[in-house]
Design a protein around this ligand. Structure first.
Ligand code: DNO
Length: 408
């Protein structure tokens, strides 16, 4: 059996429709109630309504099944007070638990979430033009430092960069027009698709200040406090949690980072030993650190792998990267899929009900007609379709060649 092919849909306002997604060959939808303020309880009715919208084409009389199911919620965002360990966290943790219970009532099996402070995923350029004319998302360390040191002017920011990066950041900043500086700022702190919080420079600095006394150890404690509370509830509700790695998997703005390495993963999975306390293998996020052994991580922690984001990046020596084609770049996608399919076989033998692991092709390039359209960066239809088609072809080849049955 192959993985479950899913697709991230940003809800009714997404230019990519449910019908487009069905035609792309996905059977699972990954979405969230993006409009809900972070920290509010999601009611059973609200979740039911979105589920119905996904499963049924109500414009037809009688309504027709679309052939899609809501497979994963990405994300139920974690309130900043929980991340900061504020006294008010308990109220938000109770709300989170109630949301998980309600999700369980509606029957959505998996919830992806992250524990990144202040900003969700971060890129400096959303339109890097590649050799073939496609546009890709990228993270340029020099531009990032230019923003941090010269636009945000964060205190002591220089200490976080090498002399070489600082010198280049200065040159880049000086060469940028006001418009370019604004776009850089917007890309970094005003929220990418799926990230619900956007900030002005002042708000952003205030948020950073709140983290001044929180180092990685303290931040791990805050995550641990949260998981000890919510995992038993997720377990009882039948909802599998899947923590998403930090993207990029290294400290930004002096903020703590606790989901970037295999050691982090081991720590998190140990907090509460249950398949309901699982993770998302985002090959593009973990893969930005060359020492992260993606295949080994799947082999070692596969029983807790609840969701897969498949994409690849091309790394540069100074910490920059751009998003490569799904079968190109630094990720050994062949090895990754072999490892996931082997895990599925193990689950089959163990009679687990969650044998089929949901995966989605993550962050496509903007190509063809989509170059003329307004799209969600990384989530335009044609680029993702290309990615997904490549991944499913690779998967079929692996299954047919029977490598997953071979002993090592
Ligand atoms: C980016 C995504 C992230 C991810 C969240 C999970 O494309 O992978 O926005 O959804 O970090 O909580």
């Amino acid at each position: 059996m192959g993985m479950e092919q899913t697709w991230r849909w940003y809800g009714p306002s997404d230019p990519v429709t449910l019908s487009d997604i069905r035609q792309a060959g996905a059977t699972g939808i990954v979405t969230s109630l993006h409009e809900k303020p972070i920290g509010d309880i999601w009611s059973v009715e609200e979740i039911e309504e979105r589920k119905k919208m996904i499963e049924w084409d109500l414009s037809k009389n009688p309504p027709k099944r679309r052939g899609l199911r809501w497979s994963v919620i990405e994300s139920v965002p974690v309130h900043e007070d929980i991340k900061l360990g504020k006294p008010t966290r308990d109220k938000y943790i109770e709300n989170y638990k109630q949301t998980l219970i309600n999700i369980g009532v509606v029957g959505i099996p998996t919830v992806c979430y992250n524990f990144m402070p202040v900003v969700d995923w971060t890129r400096t350029n959303l339109e890097l033009e590649l050799e073939d004319g496609a546009k890709a998302l990228s993270f340029n360390m020099e531009d990032f430092a230019a923003f941090d040191v010269y636009i945000l002017r964060r205190k002591n920011a220089e200490k976080d960069y090498s002399d070489d990066i600082l010198e280049k950041a200065k040159q880049r900043f000086e060469a940028m027009s006001d418009e370019q500086r604004y776009v850089l700022q917007k890309n970094i702190i005003s929220g990418l698709p799926g990230a619900q919080e956007g900030y002005s420079l002042e708000q952003f600095q205030t948020k950073l200040d709140e983290y001044a006394t929180i180092d990685d150890a303290k931040y791990r404690e805050n995550l641990s406090y949260f998981l000890k509370e919510v995992v038993p509830v997720a377990e009882a509700a039948g909802v599998r949690l899947a923590i998403h790695p930090d993207d990029p998997p290294k400290p930004l703005f002096g903020l703590p980072r606790v989901v970037s390495t295999e050691d982090d993963l081991a720590y998190i999975l140990n907090i509460h030993n249950s398949v309901y306390n699982g993770f998302t293998m985002c090959t593009g996020s973990f893969g930005v650190r060359p020492e992260n052994d993606l295949i080994g991580m799947i082999e070692r922690y596969g029983d807790r792998l609840n969701f897969a984001h498949l994409r690849s990046t091309q790394r540069y020596s100074n910490g920059s990267f751009h998003e490569a084609g799904h079968l190109r770049g630094d990720v050994d996608m062949y090895g990754v899929i072999v490892a996931i399919l082997k895990e599925q076989r193990r689950r089959h033998s163990a009679h687990r009900h969650d044998e089929q692991i949901p995966m989605r092709a993550d962050h496509g390039h903007t190509i063809l007609d989509d170059l003329k359209k307004k799209t969600n960066p990384g989530y335009s239809a044609i680029g993702l379709l290309r990615g997904m088609a490549e991944l499913r072809g690779l998967e079929l080849g692996i299954e047919r060649s029977k490598v997953i049955f071979r002993k090592k």
